[in-house]
Write a protein that binds this ligand. Structure first.
Ligand SMILES: CC(=O)CC(=O)SCCNC(=O)CCNC(=O)[C@H](O)C(C)(C)COP(=O)(O)OP(=O)(O)OC[C@H]1O[C@@H](n2cnc3c(N)ncnc32)[C@H](O)[C@@H]1OP(=O)(O)O
Ligand SMILES: NC(=O)C1=CN([C@@H]2O[C@H](COP(=O)(O)OP(=O)(O)OC[C@H]3O[C@@H](n4cnc5c(N)ncnc54)[C@H](OP(=O)(O)O)[C@@H]3O)[C@@H](O)[C@H]2O)C=CC1
Length: 283
């Protein structure tokens, strides 16, 4: 199947990065969000990153201009009516995602693939909310999207081979590496990563070490590029908590219980880098 027109829903840190890599691969991309402000911020971030790429000599001014021309923004979901592929990257909530997919199912052309960038929720349940479950799939990008090479591809139990193949081909076109995984809570990436982050929060909660020292141990001792608490702030503490809740509920195993300190920070609105405060403070 030919994919030329793409819509990315949600212009947060993931959505804007996803829109950027599709445009860089030569596709027409509409970025959708309920908030014009989020769209403006998302577009500004893309323009800054492309500008830096030109400064560093990784891209010509002509290429930057061509990429920018492929990108547009809209607050109207009905603009998905001419899209071949929609990638949803809204908040990590089943209710919100199901509502978006049900609307898209009415709007998008019958051949269109509906993909979700969910980091943990069951793709099978999202697919079942539509009349085209065989064309629903998980396309899980990593943060920061323009830099990270992996896309985890998750089939719902209903996903057709044709849909899987189209998304695997598209991932390669984006110059990323696809890895196919089964539809289980947190897939592979967050089933392994998030309990480590949650355990790092417990070590702070129990007074074993400060956030700085926990991060120093994992950076200097294990060669992680970021310590787990810096990474948690980078991902978003709300997203980390949602994922832990999906693991806890999905497996019914107490080893996945979210740390009370993580809950407290999210309740305080300390969501990490995006809100200016998490385990660290940001300008
Ligand atoms: C939660 C989920 O569902 C799944 C997930 O995504 S989990 C999160 C997965 N991601 C990670 O684990 C990231 C871990 N951290 C890293 O790999 C690195 O710290 C990093 C790539 C983010 C930054 O690398 P660094 O070497 O420390 O910093 P820096 O030298 O400033 O950046 C390296 C490159 O990344 C780019 N970069 C850094 N942050 C960026 C961002 N937020 N967006 C886009 N590009 C970014 C920089 O522009 C730079 O590129 P150039 O050299 O080409 O200009
Ligand atoms: N953060 C990460 O590292 C990663 C996150 N993910 C997943 O990507 C998704 C998005 O995460 P992230 O980008 O971090 O989140 P953000 O909070 O940065 O962005 C989410 C965006 O979606 C918007 N939004 C919410 N509901 C709707 C809706 N119904 N229609 C259109 N837009 C909507 C939000 O608007 P508003 O702010 O106005 O509510 C916000 O702009 C989640 O499913 C997350 O699990 C996947 C990989 C990594």
């Amino acid at each position: 199947m030919t994919i030329n027109h793409v819509m990315v829903i949600g212009a947060g840190q993931m959505g804007a990065g996803i829109a950027q890599v599709f445009a860089q691969a030569g596709l027409n991309v509409k970025m959708n969000d309920m908030s014009q402000d989020a769209l403006d911020q998302g577009l500004l971030g893309i323009e800054k990153r492309l500008g830096r790429a030109v400064e560093k000599g990784r891209m010509t001014e002509g290429e930057r201009k061509a990429i920018t021309e492929l990108l547009s923004t809209t607050t109207d979901l009905k603009d998905a009516a001419d899209c071949d592929l929609v990638v949803e990257a809204v908040v990590e909530s089943m209710d919100v995602k199901v509502s978006v997919f049900q609307q898209l199912d009415e709007i998008a052309p019958s051949h269109a693939i509906l993909a979700t960038n969910t980091s943990s929720l069951p793709i099978t349940e999202i697919a079942a909310a539509t009349q085209r479950p065989e064309q629903v799939i998980g396309m899980h990008f990593m943060n920061p999207v323009p830099v990270m090479k992996l896309v985890e591809i998750i089939r719902a139990i209903q996903t057709s081979d044709e849909t899987y193949q189209a998304i695997e081909d598209m991932t390669k076109k984006l110059e990323k590496t696809p890895v196919e995984v089964e539809d289980f809570p947190g897939f592979v990436s967050n089933r392994i990563l998030m309990p480590m982050i949650n355990e790092a929060v417990y070590t702070v909660h129990e007074g074993v070490a400060s956030p700085e020292d926990v991060d120093a141990v994992m950076k200097l001792g294990m060669n992680h590029p970021m310590g787990p608490l810096t990474l948690a702030d980078f991902i978003g503490l709300d997203t980390c908590l949602y994922i832990m809740e999906v693991l806890h509920e999905g497996f019914g195993d107490s080893k996945y219980r979210p740390c009370p300190l993580l809950r407290k920070y999210v309740k305080a609105g300390w969501l990490g880098k995006k809100s200016g405060r998490g385990f660290y403070t940001y300008d």
